[in-house]
Design a protein around this ligand. Sequence first.
Ligand code: 5GP
Ligand code: MN
Length: 333
Amino acid sequence: MISLIRHSLEKADRVLVITHVDPDGDAIGSLTATGQALKQMGFRFTLVCDDKVPARFSYLPLSSDVLRRPDQRLAYDLLIAVDCGDEERMGYAYADLPDPRPFIINIDHHVTNTRFGDVNIVDPTATSTTEILHGLFQELDIEITRDIAASLLTGLVTDTLGFRTVGVTANTLRTAADLIDAGADLGFVSMQALNLRAYSTMKIWRTGMNKMHFDDGLIWTSITSQERREAGFRSSSSVGLTNLLADVEEAVMAAVLMESEEGSVKVSLRCRPPYDVAEVAVELGGGGHPLAAGCTLPGPLSEAEATLVQSCTAAIERQSQAARAVAAEAVAG
Ligand code: 5GP
Ligand code: MN
C-alpha cells in the first residue's frame, strides 16, 4: 500500500487535498496535517473544504489557507480525500472539478466507505483519519513536527470525544502519547477543539431540547431553518446536540434533524452498543460509523422526520431482536 502511495506521489506535480462538508476536528486536522506533510516533501498543493473552517480550529497551522473550491486555473494531477466516506461528502469541491479527474487517494476510517479512490486506505478500526495519517507519515519518513502533531491530535481528540468512545484502544493512547512527545498540547487541543462552542450553538441546543421527543427507545429533535436563522447559527451540523441526547439513559438511539436553507434535511444519528446507526444511515443514502452516522433527506422537515423515526424504530426493533438471539445462543452454547 505504501509503495502505491509513494508511486502516486512521485508522479504528482500539483496535489489537491479535500475534506468533508460540515468539517469536524478530524476533517480539519487531517486536511492541515496532510498539507504540512506535502509542504515538507516539497509539493505544490491546495487544501479545500466546501464549508468554512470553524473558528475554533483557527489555531491549526494552514487552517487560514483552506479554500472553499479548488483553484480553477490550476490542473491537479492528484487528489487526496481525507475523512470522506464517499464522493458526495466532498460537496461541490469535488463535483465541480473539470475532466479529466485527478488520480484519487482515499484515506478514511468510515466503515461505510465506498472505496471511491484509485488507491483506498480505509481502516474502520482507526478511531480517526488522523490516526491513519500518523502511521502513513511514519512510513513515508515525514518528520512529525510539533505543528503536524497538533493537527493529528486534534482529529484523535475530537473523534474519540476525548478518548472516551468505544473504539479507543491502548494503541490510540500510544499514538496520542507520541504526538504529545512531539510537542502537541493535549489540554489546549481538548479545550479548543472539543469544549469551546459558539453562543449560537447553545441557542440551538436550547431550541432542540425544548422540542425533543422520546418514544420506543428513540430520542430525537428537529430544528427548522427559521430557528437556525433566529439563533444566528449558520452550519447545518448538529454540533454536539446529538451526543448530548444520546447520553439519555432511557434511550438507545438519538437523532437530530436540521433543515437547511434549501429545504433538505441533514440528519445526525448516535447510539450505544449493540445498536448500529450506520445501518440506518446507509438505508437512507448516507453513511458513517456504527455508533455515529448521518444522511441527508429531502424536505419538507415533517416528512423527513416521519421517515427517519420509522427507520430508527424499525432498526431498534430489528437490532434488539438480533442482540437477544445472540445472547440466547451464548447461554445455550
Ligand atoms: P455527525 O452526526 O457528527 O454530523 O456525523 C457522524 C458521522 O457520520 C461522521 O463520521 C460523518 O462523517 C458521518 N456522516 C454524517 N453525514 C453523512 C452523510 O450524509 N453521508 C455519509 N457518508 N456520512 C455521513
Ligand atoms: Mn473522522
